[in-house]
Design a protein around this ligand. Structure first.
Ligand code: UD1
Ligand code: UDP
Length: 405
């Protein structure tokens, strides 16, 4: 009898990072894959589902405009309970640290259904940053019996918490998604041509600063400072800024008010994943508070400045692939200018190793879920550099082998 595994996710980044895993589960003869999307996000989720061609069996369609955390959480718990009753999965998989992940893990726990946590063990140690995600991921790990940690550092975080579940280091599935996407871009001239047509506003001769930002703890003064920094940078004619603006009204309002209509600033709608990867490939520099972008951009050899005071991705900071610049206007402006005027600093930054994976995280996760060996994937250096980036993972990246059965 195949094992019934239900993957539950609801936001853009969860969908991107779960997509390669869902594809593998769907094609595995030992698994009956069930996908439940909560639609915590609306169109930003649909974009990902369309690109990766995933059709969910259950769609809870829960998003409301400007939703509150408690409103969303309570709707999730009720709706997920109904789905678990109907689908009766043997296991639930959740990803990361969203309200969807936390409530799905809790709903499964309440029904004594085992929970697997993909991207487990990320921590800042500060419940306020990121808020509420640091709480969400801790709760998920408490109720999980399988934790798929992307790095040895995240495994060490889990070990410190004396949790009951088993931890396996797999790499981050976002690198699997990125490899698939860059491969599709390389192979598909029509796709590249359509992206070039869509992005005609990009000036090939000017350095491109790609920006994203959405963290709740930056709402208010944090976003005002970030926008002030971008406005200052855009005043010089030596740079172009492209900013796909997150659909959260708490982000769109201040960004539109501060930067709408400015010369050298292109505020655009959220891009589908392939469009965003295309832009990352062309960016000189990325300024972000996103978790996923901190993991992807180094794999593409792009320097990342993180507009936060802390990060749960210390490996990237230690490896020199990302730098924390906070949300103060001066520090953002200075960090961007320094990197753009100093080719050596830029080169040092962009040539580091990416610590987040080799593109085989999903294979490791499915092997461990089905109790199979993945010798082929135990040595991640073997097929490491599929994006041909100088930032491929090191050959001795410490991913775990799964016990043979
Ligand atoms: C959520 C996650 C955050 C994750 C981020 C990724 C929580 C608490 N937050 O934050 O961890 O990093 O997603 O982007 O789980 N909206 C739309 N259309 C969309 C998506 C959002 O209109 O497709 C608007 C809606 O008004 C919605 C609001 O954005 O109510 C906020 O969405 P929500 O998922 O609650 O928070 P995010 O800030 O997106
Ligand atoms: N991304 C995207 N389109 C965009 C901006 C970002 O597809 O317009 C992708 C990006 O490549 C990354 C993910 O969305 O994989 C990050 O999502 P987000 O910043 O919303 O959430 P976080 O990673 O911070 O949780």
């Amino acid at each position: 009898m195949p094992v019934r595994i239900m993957s539950v996710f609801g936001t853009r980044p969860e969908a991107i990072k779960m997509a390669p895993l869902v594809k593998r589960l769907e094609s595995d003869g030992e698994v009956e894959s069930i996908v439940c999307v909560t639609s915590q996000h609306g169109s930003m989720l649909e974009q990902v589902m369309a690109f990766f061609r995933i059709t969910p069996q259950y769609d809870l369609a829960l998003m409301t405009a400007n939703q509150t955390l408690n409103g969303l959480a309570s709707r999730l718990l009720g709706a997920l309970d109904d789905v678990l009753e109907r689908a009766k999965p043997d296991r639930v998989l959740v990803h990361g640290d969203t309200t969807t992940a936390c409530m799905a893990a809790l709903a499964a726990f309440h029904r004594r259904i085992p929970v697997g946590h993909v991207e487990a063990g990320l921590r800042t140690g500060n419940l306020q940053q990121p808020w509420p995600e640091e709480m969400n991921r801790r709760v998920v790990d408490v109720v999980s019996d399988l934790m798929f940690a992307p790095t040895a550092g995240s495994k060490a975080n889990l070990a410190r918490e004396s949790l009951a579940g088993r931890v396996i280091v797999t790499g981050n599935t976002v690198i699997d998604a990125l490899h698939e996407t860059t491969a599709r871009l390389d192979a598909d001239a029509a796709l590249r041509a359509s992206l070039e047509a869509r992005m005609r506003f990009v000036d090939g001769k000017k350095p491109l600063l790609l920006v994203t930002g959405h963290r709740r703890e930056s709402f208010g003064s944090g976003f005002q400072n970030i926008c002030a920094a971008l406005a200052e940078l855009a005043l010089g004619d030596d740079i172009q800024i492209v900013y796909p603006v997150h659909l959260n009204p708490n982000v769109r309002g201040p960004v539109q008010a501060a930067l709408g209509g400015m010369r050298n600033v292109h505020l655009i709608e959220p891009l589908d994943y392939v469009g965003f990867v295309w832009l990352m490939q062309r960016a000189s520099l990325i300024l972000t508070d996103s978790g996923g972008v901190q993991e992807e951009a180094p794999a593409l050899g792009k320097p990342v400045l993180v507009m936060r005071d802390v990060t749960e991705r210390p490996e990237a900071v230690a490896a020199g692939t990302v730098r924390l610049v906070g949300t103060a206007r001066e520090s953002i402006v200075e960090a961007v200018r320094e990197l753009l005027r100093d080719p050596q600093a830029y080169g040092d930054f962009a040539r580091r190793l990416n610590p987040y994976g080799d593109g085989h995280a999903s294979a490791r996760i499915v092997a461990s879920l089905t109790g199979r060996s993945f010798d082929e994937f135990a040595h991640p250096g073997v097929e490491a550099n599929r994006t041909a980036s100088p930032n491929a993972p090191s050959r001795d990246a410490p991913f775990d082998a799964i016990a043979r059965v």
